[in-house]
Design a binder for this molecule. Sequence first.
Ligand SMILES: C[S@@+](CC[C@H](N)C(=O)[O-])C[C@H]1O[C@@H](n2cnc3c(N)ncnc32)[C@H](O)[C@@H]1O
Length: 327
Amino acid sequence: MVPWREAMDSALYGAGGFFVRHAPADHFRTSATASPLFATAIATLVARVDAALDRPDQLDVVDVGAGRGELLLGLAATLPNEVRERARFVAVERAERPDDLPEWVEWRGDPPREITGMLLATEWLDNVPLNVAEADDTGEPRQVLVDARTGAETLGGAMAPEDAAWLKRWWPLTDPGARAEVGATRDTAWVNAVRTVRRGVALAVDYGHVAQARPVGGTLAGYRDGRQVSPVPDGARDLTAHVAFDAAAAAGEQAAGAASQLLDQRSALRSLGVIGARPSLELASEDPRRYVRELASATQAAELIDRHGLGGHYWLVQPVRVAVPLG
Ligand SMILES: C[S@@+](CC[C@H](N)C(=O)[O-])C[C@H]1O[C@@H](n2cnc3c(N)ncnc32)[C@H](O)[C@@H]1O
């Protein structure tokens, strides 16, 4: 039996780990892979960041947890020529570079230092390994240990000081049996990502929660072949937990020395022009092809801004030495 963080790390990223062997898009839908409209909206934001930076000679566009590079390819296809020509596209991944990726996409294991431009992290933080805590019969938080083969759990010792401090501040547990995922490792991952930005914006998009609405019992889950499955850390499934976004935001703000913005994807995408309005019925008779195209686009937009689905995801926008308000 080992702590969840260790189990998750080797199940997702160890030799033969899930993300080393599998493309995320083969197993679940993310905003980046659901519709090209997502990349179009992010391209609008990248262009705004570029303008706020006074159009630098090189504009870094760095995607951390890039999957197979889908979002970067979508961005390159939609950015205005004048911006694309100056852009350096960098995918940061634990997985190997796909054979068919164009050579103008850089592929690395860590973000470059000194980014001037935009750092993107869509559905990355939920996959950063973390510990799980459970309050024992006396209400004291204890480490949850897990068997990597079966997923069976047992309670271990007291939480490490850093995890205990995080729980106390962000997700206090007192009722016996109450559980929480400890976001300290995510906050650190986000801080390290934000610190690579010299000037520009770091954006994290993910499902999550804030203090007013922590999910009772936690959110640790498994996914495989498009279905939710039990979270066994056996390397055969995605393991994910919703992100405590208020905690990550506070950590990022401290690292950047600047206020962040936390908004839902619905508001963020609508402010970037993804409205989801259906075409008029008159268009169906005037120009049937255009009607079908616009209807398909409206359907995709509706999925991205659906409050109860992708539209309920959080956007954490962290500016660094530049102002780019959203919404
Ligand atoms: C859920 S997928 C998201 C893929 C893509 N961003 C999207 O939205 O479709 C998470 C990805 O993050 C990658 N990842 C996790 N931790 C990472 C790290 N520390 N550095 C680079 N990539 C990482 C995983 O290998 C996986 O491909």
